[in-house]
Design a protein around this ligand. Sequence first.
Ligand SMILES: Nc1ncnc2c1ncn2[C@@H]1O[C@H](COP(=O)(O)OP(=O)(O)OP(=O)(O)O)[C@@H](O)[C@H]1O
Length: 587
Amino acid sequence: MNQESPGIPAGEPPVGLAPAIPVREIFRRFWPWVRPDRYWLPVSTALLVAGAAGEVVSVLLFKNLIDNVLVPRNFGGFWATAAAMVVVALASALLVFLGQYTATRIAERFLLRLRTGVVAHLHTLPPDTLRKRWHGDVVARLTTDIDQIEQLVASGVIDAASALISLVFFAAAAFYLSWPLALAACAVAPLFWFAARHFAGRIQRLSRESRRCEGSVTAVVEESLANSELAHAYNQQGREVDRVRRHGQSLVRADLATARVSELYPPLLNVLEVVGGLFVVGLGAFELTQGNLTLGGLLAFAAFMAQLFGPAQELSGVAAVLGTAGAGAERVIELLDTESPIKERPGATALADVRGELRCKGVRAGYGGPDGRPALQCVDFAVAPGEILAVMGPSGAGKSTLAKLLVRFLDPEQGSVLLDGTDLRDATVASVRQAVTLLPQQPQLFHASVRDNIAYGRPDATEEQIVQAAVDADADGFLRLLPNGYDTVLGEEGLQLSGGQARRVAIARALLRATPVLVLDEPTADLDAPSARRVAAPLRRLMSGRTTVLITHDRELAREADAVYRLSADGSGLGMDRSDRSDRRSA
Ligand SMILES: Nc1ncnc2c1ncn2[C@@H]1O[C@H](COP(=O)(O)OP(=O)(O)OP(=O)(O)O)[C@@H](O)[C@H]1O
């Protein structure tokens, strides 16, 4: 995948093509999401087929009307036939409606399951794995691509099945009316088949590029808006618009290439239909002059031909849908096939009654870059329950990488991280995260009330517990001054709060979880000195009595620690210094 940077050549797309997958494999992969509604598939198909059967009866009644009422000029038979035609038309309309509605219901439920299934899978991936993908592209896959799969798997199957069965019905009725004419009509069918085969493959190849370009556009728009502050500050708005235009132009080119083929397909089918129809009607006229067919029979046959071509076109249309939806399906399957590097070992146990004794033994970890250089190596330390370990080192030394190891966003390549003597890889991922709270570098706030933001890690917390956490985080005062107090909805990314305030809300959230182990990743980063001092007291309360790994550049804050562990610029562990505070505590 290309990672676009400002220096990339014009028009280079940031999103790669998903690997091609055969249609049968696509159906196999998506079937589990259709499965819960598998019994509704035949019901919907049966309703649609019954509706089609009604149309056959309608046409036969129409033949009856011509041969028994119009041709002999016998008006007396009109009312009975007309009444029967109205009843059949109503019944047929109702059946088709019910069939289509059931099909839509199956499709919608399939979409819901698939979309939530894909999101659930994405949530099993650690943040770094997810970050390797462009968020805008992921959103495009979750919306447009999934919508296209619906046409293929759910309604596609129903449409194809009902078209096929209707085709059999109309063909049988046509043979009943005149077998020579019906045989002639069948001779036209292979033309549709060849057209479908020719177009489906081409549409799929072109759609792949369209889908990829659409992912690129969404990715660029999302990144451009996310960085709008930088674009404004550096006066680069025009460049951002250009980027979107460039990727948009690629999408236009790809969409037009697809349209040149896919839009040619239906009119071509129409031409085939006209040619085939004329051929059959010509033959029918001949049969009429020979007295082998009545006028009503010929007109009814012509009506059947029209009905026959409908399902035949629909079946050929399924081929086009296979093309476009197949390309979308490949992109969704690529997401589903992204594996988490964090594996749950068979027989992994849940950590229970954690005291908080934390050890790193000869840890080496990295991101598997091309040079194979680790981000961390030879990291050895031990923290007793309730102790605070400050981790210091220059930028890029691997401090955040260490934080990721402690919450299993990453596993070591060598050595081990132990909690109460258990290797974290032998524990279930959920139980590790139940025991360890990470306070990330950037406080993250949801578009939700203050109360819900604080209770995020403990949704069952009572009002008193939430308020107490806010008080301990020194946030209660300013939260009560917000327009609706704890009910105030914080904007996306907490725009209504200052950096220091947002951090105190994040501290309240961490306090409320009350886990035995804490990992604080630069909790005073980007705060000015007064704001940093302001969060020091809440941080002290947060760390009190908990095993804490405190990653910080802030020497003042590091004084709170019992020991300091230093990392060198190349990520090597340099050893641990016990602090005066630790001596005081042990005295
Ligand atoms: N997701 C990632 N993929 C590849 N390499 C990464 C990733 N995250 C970090 N690195 C690399 O690992 C090394 C350590 O990064 P890390 O973020 O742990 O450093 P840090 O000490 O926390 O830096 P800072 O103090 O600037 O936050 C760096 O060389 C960085 O480029």
